[in-house]
Design a protein around this ligand. Sequence first.
Ligand code: FAD
Ligand code: NDP
Length: 327
Amino acid sequence: MSDQNVERVIIIGSGPAAHTAAIYNARAELKPLLFEGFMAGGVAAGGQLTTTTDVENYPGFPEGISGPELMSQIRAQSVKHGTRIKTETIERVDLSKRPFMVATATDEYFAEALIIATGATAKRLNLPGEELFWQRGISACAVCDGALPIFRERPLVVIGGGDTACEEASYLSKFGSTVTMLVRRDELRASKAMQQRVFNDPKIEIMWNTEAVEAVGDKTLGGLRVTNNKRGDEQVIDASGLFYAIGHTPNTAFLDGQLETDETGYVITRPDSTVTNVPGVFACGDVKDKVYRQAVTAAGSGCMAALEAEHFIVEHALEPAAAGERV
Ligand code: FAD
Ligand code: NDP
């Protein structure tokens, strides 16, 4: 293979992490090639922000900005600085030697360094009524959407019993009139400290052994039909807001176990860095972050990945031995 076939850096993903990495690498004249995916992980190119309305907590937009518009502007900035974009999904990789290989359904590409920024997809229940009220009362991110006027002093519901659910319920109790947690078992999965936070909050009520059956309302969400899975009875509870906190699925299946991940599939990186267990492969954004999960933190780690990839390329690009046997 001639050097012309080998990219300096390939970036996989299309959210704030991927494009921030691309902006930095493009300005460093590494001519990044970015695969933005085609409905990869069930989400359009642009990532999770394409599934939301107003983003009010991304710096630089005092009046807020719509998620799709923000991603469109970030993408335009990335292209302006020289990022080359392919609207294709990476389906498999070979990280066993350098240059690394990434493959779409039809072609293979090679790179000296690789940045994985494929994000995560919030799990949904696909309840009857969910599509109708998605972003009209139903959300998968309380920290992002909870402060919106439609949720102020209204009854709110969180589904889930993990740390995220407890954190989101505590956060929402500042805004809603009440917060009801629907927990499908008779105990929480969350850490003891998080459990104590919700038990101590007078605005939070927990409905144990309870599952949602249907989202109901008129133009916006008004209530939830729920069932007690022990007794079998159903009732409709008031809900102007419904927040899923039932976990995320990191988009790492295409890596086929070639990068170290935790038991839930999140890529493990060295503390305070984007370095993975494979030298030359970096991971940033929600694909490696199950705690903060915000656009600005994803963008921040995208910057880190770009700088670390650049250092790696400078240090290792001229070492023929490091380029493996792929010639
Ligand atoms: P993502 O945004 O997850 O994007 C990654 C994308 O990469 C995927 O969506 C897909 O298009 C692409 N991809 C995946 N696999 C492949 C592949 N194999 N090949 C090629 N491409 C691939 N955060 C905030 O800060 N403020 C908010 O107001 C806010 N609102 C939100 C509202 C909702 C409903 C949701 C779900 C999230 C919200 N967030 C918000 C969180 C924020 O969207 C995420 O933290 C952020 O988008 C993560 O960015 P990322 O770059 O890591 O990846
Ligand atoms: P978890 O997987 O820990 O919890 C998911 C919750 O959703 C569980 O209570 C689960 O119920 C419930 N659930 C899953 N599927 C359904 C369903 N179909 N219907 C109803 N309920 C459902 O996810 P989290 O996002 O809470 O946490 C992920 C990781 O991130 C954890 O390791 C957590 O500790 C960590 N984290 C840490 C934080 C912190 O330290 N501040 C903050 C947020 C997350 P069941 O228990 O019955 O399976």
